[in-house]
Design a protein around this ligand. Structure first.
Ligand SMILES: [Zn+2]
Length: 259
């Protein structure tokens, strides 16, 4: 569309604008694609990292390098287009403007790529959970009445410090599950998610094929499986988990953009 000489000042000015506008649109599209990849990372990276029980996290790292490869290929593509197609067709003034445009674009997308995985933790949730449960069980086994010394039974799972009355002497005792066990509440969701990786991936695959609305049943299947896991991890919290399920499905349905 560009590069023809002659035609007077006005024609040159029109061409100038056209080249710059076209470059702006082009880099804008590549940036939007990077933002889409970033959304995918934010949605999936932590779950995939958590679900990877390999101590070296190889399957998660494979996902990460595939994402980095997508970013670098976009950066390479933009850079090639800039050097081979935009610059050779630009006059001095255009060169200045498109160079600035390109530099801004490049530093922005490199920044997106560099920070995409910030905050994703490479942890071993099953191991952490096993340690928490060990501590919980030790506290439960050691729980005796401070007054009469009777062994006190726990009717349910208590992950926070709780007052319990001795059935023999009616003394109030405090059951303290321990500082690690108190963290069970905080890992329940990521642990449950990591245990539902196959349901999650089935949903993601379906969503990429048919879109969010048509993938609602698959998302529902994933969330139900996840809630069932949360009920296993935190028994006695079924009602709260049901509310959590309702909220997730409500948010999901609200995210669907009508058209
Ligand atoms: Zn007692």
């Amino acid at each position: 569309m560009n590069g023809e000489e002659g035609g007077g000042d006005e024609h040159a000015r029109t061409n100038q604008t056209a080249l710059i506008q076209r470059a702006e649109t082009y880099f804008g599209k590549l940036e939007a694609r990077c933002e889409e990849i970033l959304v995918e990372v934010k949605e999936s990276a932590q779950l995939l990292a958590d679900a990877d029980t390999d101590p070296y996290k190889r399957s998660y790292l494979q996902f990460k390098s595939a994402i980095i490869a997508q970013f670098t290929s976009i950066i390479q593509k933009g850079s090639d287009t800039f050097q081979k197609q935009i610059m050779p067709n630009a006059n001095t003034l255009e060169m200045m403007k498109v160079s600035q445009l390109f530099n801004n674009w490049q530093s922005k997308v490199v920044g997106i790529m560099t920070h995409a995985f910030d905050g994703v933790m490479e942890r071993d949730l099953e191991k952490e959970y096993a340690e928490m449960m060990d501590e919980y069980e030790a506290a439960r086994d050691a729980f005796h009445c401070k007054q009469c010394g009777a062994k006190l039974q726990l009717a349910q799972f208590y992950f926070t410090a709780t007052y319990l009355t001795c059935e023999f002497c009616q003394t109030q005792n405090t059951f303290d599950p321990g500082s690690k066990a108190r963290m069970i509440e905080h890992i329940a969701r990521p642990l449950a998610e990591s245990r539902c990786k196959s349901e999650y991936e089935a949903y993601r695959t379906r969503k990429s094929e048919v879109g969010q609305r048509e993938a609602t049943a698959d998302y529902d299947r994933y969330v139900r499986a996840m809630i069932a896991q949360m009920n296993n991890i935190l028994p006695g919290m079924e009602e709260q988990h049901q509310h959590f399920y309702n909220r997730l499905m409500h948010d999901y349905n609200n995210l669907i953009v009508p058209w």
